[in-house]
Every structure is written in C-alpha cells, then in structure tokens.
Design a protein around this ligand. Structure first.
Ligand code: GLN
Length: 501
C-alpha cells in the first residue's frame, strides 16, 4: 500500500489514521494538530464548531503517543479526531444543545458514546453546532448562529446535526457524533455529502445526550464512507446499564465492512417515495432513479412495496416528538435547571419560571413546547397524542411487513438539496415537510443510513440516498451502502466552497 499514507493528514479516513498511529507512521499529536490547524483556517467560514478544545485534545493525543511508546496496543480509533454534537456530554466541556437556557453549563461527565470513543483511543476535538435541542432541519435554530454548508457558504448544512456534518465534509474531523430524532444525522449528512447512520433504537446508549423526544432519539456516527460508519458503530454499540432503553441486540460483524454482493440484494421502493412528490426537487428524484437503475444493472432486485402510512409520518411525528419534548424540557425552569432570568422582589415564582423560559428558549423550541403541551392536554389527548401513538404502531407494522419482502427500503434522504440560508425560517411547516423521508425510521425504531450518490445534475450539490433496514440490520444496510459507493466511485469529492484539504 504505497500511497495509503500520502496526501494531507486531514484527507485520511479514520481507519487510515488509526493504522498510521498504531504503526508509528505518525503521532496522534500530529494528526490532532493537523485538524486543529485546519479548523483554525476554515471554520471561521463554516462555523461548524461551537467550542474547540485545543489544549485538551493535544494532551489526549500526547497521552496516546506515550502509551504507544511504552509498547501498549492502541484501540481501533487510535488518534482519530472526533467532533461531538453539542447535545452530547463531554466531561469538562460546555454542553448547551445550542440553547441559551444552557449557557454556561459544563458537562460533569462523558456520555457513554463519548466514553466508548475515548476507550477506543479517539480524540475529542470539540463540540459542534446544531439546531436548539435538535429541533430543526437547517441548524438555523441555534442560539449561536447558523453553520454554513461547505459546498456553498450561502446555504444551510441541514440539521439538526449540521455542525457535525459540515465538520466531516470540510475535513475538519474524519468522524463525528450526531443525534437523530427525526433525521438529524441522515439529512445533514445528505446535504453535506457525507454518510450518516441512525442505529436501531437501543443499539447505542443515549446516556449523556440531552433528551429531545426520548422514544425517538438515537446517537449515531457521521463519516466520509459507509465503512467508516461501520468502524465507529462497532465501538458505540452495546447495552449500557445507565440507559434502560439500550439493548445488547444481535452482534455486529467483527472486522472491516465488506460490500454486499448486489446479486443477492432486494431493495424495496415504497410507492409513497416514488417519482417526484410535491415539494421535491426533480433533480434529486432523477439521481435517485439513476442510482436504482445502476443497482438493477449490477444485479440488485428492485421491488415495489406499499407502506400507506408513510404519508402520515410527518403529522404523526410532530405530535409524538413535540409531546415528548414538552415533558423533557419542563425541567429547564431557571430553578432546577437552566439559566435563571433576573429576579425582582415583586416577581412570583411562576413569573420567574416564565421569564427564564421565555428568555432561554428560542422561537422554535417555544412553538414545540406549546404544540406538545396542547397535544397532551386532557381535552385533546385522545384526538392528538393517542391517535398519533396508534398511527405510529400501525406504521411500524406496515414497515415490518415491507421489510419482510426485501433487505432495505430505499429512497432519497431529503426531498431537496441544501437550500439558501433563511429560505425556510419563516415557514415552520415547509421546514417540517423536509423530514418526510427520514422520520418513519425513528417512529418505528429502525436503523437507517444516508450515503452520498450522484450529485445534483444542475447545481452539483450533494444528494443522499437513504437505506432503511429491519431492526438490528445495521450491518446489512451498511454492506449494501458500501456496494453502492463502490459502484459510484470517482475520487473523494471535497466541498467546493472551502479550500481543499
Ligand atoms: N428535523 C426534525 C425536527 O425538527 C428532526 C430533528 C432531529 O432528528 N433531531 O424535529
């Protein structure tokens, strides 16, 4: 492998870095320094990071180098820099979920996912920007300002894990963690031209992730290829006694990801995801269709499946997610948790709660709390929350039935490529409808990933293909994703709006 370690360190993928550090080709410190330097040069334009942890990242890298010098065997992510969504706890670093109400909060412990990455010898380099509490599809709902898409700085990176996606795309970090409640890993991955995986509900511990909608939230990896997602998932997966909803689940394969033989693959296209739907960019539909034709030519069997309730998924999700959010966010009242508003002697406790919450939460978060409280209120519970729970159960059954006929459901990740900053901020409904393809996986607890396919025919912007699998079938959809990316090779594409690494 003559040229495996050629090119700038920031272009190396995680497995290359781990090998280079493990074999002494370069130090973990050099890898971390290279990424920190690129962050300093590029991130003022992208604004993927809320907080860069320069000194502790370098210290962690040096400690890894010292262990290697003593002859210790290093972990599978030796010296790999990782960017962590602000929603996820990293001990000693600010954790605000991009909300003013958590300004000044320093996480006292590592999320389990972060602890596992560290145990595998990864190096946390910083916290990434996101929509406040994960609520949004564009990272414009951050209290700290938006992140810019490295393919076009005037466009959004997707959301809510937009900072993590932009960081991986712009070669500021080879891997990142995101959280996905309704598409927040997959959609920004799609819009930034990287890969992202939402694991089966329970596969990865949520301990240390600030709750948005607990029955939908999952932590997952973002990276520049399906093989890299697999490598990180192997580190993250497993039962955690600190998260009662986590499960051991059937084991993942060990060793590197191997591409599926497309001859034996059956892909289901839901009729509800076919063709050009209302609000969908025809260029996105065309490239997804072109990819399906390539897959069929390579031997995959493409079958049509019918999942009628997919059409109800946005409506169902925005009742369930807002209901759970209204309960989860009740704790931020300025007394028990969250930044307290200025207190005047005349104010009652209720007024102090109200002013702390009004000042601390952004407009979208307030909208969701109102919606969720309404959906759960005694007069409307049956009409909204109960009905949505019933739809959720039926949709799950329909998805299981469809997945019994194929290895994965396939379609676009997002109906649109990255849109201009500001284009949808005044229209919450238009923003919600961008989640049409991603939220069913969360409602049903299924694993789903996005991988970049052919770019948009006119704008050249990235397009993501989504694969949605049966419970615990991460490895199957990852191996199919690898086969698809092998089919559409070409040199690694770097975003065009920032200097190439
Ligand atoms: N865009 C969706 C929302 O706004 C999904 C967010 C997420 O997955 N965290 O709720």
């Amino acid at each position: 492998m003559a040229d495996e370690f050629s090119g700038a360190i920031t272009t190396w993928d995680a497995s290359t870095i781990a090998r280079a550090v493990g074999e002494g080709v370069c130090t973990a410190e050099a890898v971390t320094a290279a990424h920190l330097q690129r962050i300093a040069a590029i991130d003022p334009q992208v604004q993927a990071f809320i907080h860069v942890d320069t000194s502790r990242a370098l210290a962690a890298a040096q400690a890894i180098d010292a262990r290697r010098a003593r002859g210790e065997k290093l972990g599978p992510l030796a010296g790999v820099p990782v960017a962590v969504k602000d929603q996820i706890a990293v001990a000693g670093l600010p954790q605000t979920a991009a909300s003013k109400i958590l300004q000044g909060y320093i996480a006292p412990y590592d999320a389990t996912a972060v602890a596992l990455l560290r145990a595998a010898d990864a190096v946390v380099i910083g916290k990434t920007n996101q929509d406040e509490f994960g609520m949004g599809s564009s990272t414009e709902n951050s209290a700290w300002g938006p992140t810019h898409n490295p393919w076009d700085l005037q466009r959004i990176p997707g959301g809510s894990s937009g900072g993590s996606a932009a960081a991986v795309a712009a070669a500021l970090a080879p891997i990142a963690l995101g959280t996905d409640t309704g598409g927040s890993i997959r959609q920004p991955a799609a819009l930034c031209g990287v890969s992202g995986l939402k694991p089966t509900y329970g596969r990865v511990s949520r301990y240390g992730a600030i709750a948005f909608a607990s029955s939908l939230d999952q932590i997952g990896p973002m990276a520049r290829s399906p093989a890299e997602l697999a490598l990180v998932l192997q580190v993250l997966a497993g039962l955690d006694p600190r998260d009662a909803t986590s499960e051991q689940g059937p084991a993942l394969a060990s060793g590197p990801l191997i591409a599926a033989d497309l001859q034996g693959v059956r892909l289901g296209v839901p009729v509800q995801w076919r063709g050009v739907r209302e609000g969908q960019d025809p260029g996105v539909a065309a490239q997804v269709q072109a990819t399906l034709v390539q897959l069929a030519t390579a031997g995959a069997k493409i079958v049509e499946v019918d999942v009628p309730l997919l059409d109800a998924s946005v409506a169902c999700y925005y009742v369930v997610a807002t209901a759970e959010a209204s309960a989860n966010l009740a704790r931020y009242d300025g007394i028990r948790f969250g930044r307290r508003a200025a207190w005047t002697a005349q104010a009652t406790v209720d007024e102090l709660y109200a002013s702390s919450r009004a000042q601390g939460f952004g407009a979208e978060v307030q909208r969701r709390i109102l919606l969720g409280t309404y959906a759960l209120s005694s007069g409307y519970y049956d009409a909204f929350y109960k009905k949505a729970s019933q739809v959720r159960r039926l949709l799950t059954a329909q998805l299981h039935a469809a997945l019994a006929q194929c290895d994965a459901l396939v379609g676009p990740t997002s109906p649109q490529c990255a849109w201009p900053l500001g284009a949808r901020t005044q229209e919450p409904m238009a923003m919600y409808l961008m989640d049409i393809f991603t939220i069913s996986a969360n409602l049903a607890g299924l694993p789903a990933l996005s991988l970049p396919v052919l770019p948009h025919p006119t704008s050249g912007l990235p397009i993501g293909l989504q694969l949605l699998g049966a419970p615990w079938a991460e490895w199957r959809i990852l191996s199919i994703a690898k086969a698809i990316s092998d089919l559409q090779p070409g040199p690694q594409r770097w975003p065009t709006a920032v200097e190439a690494p």
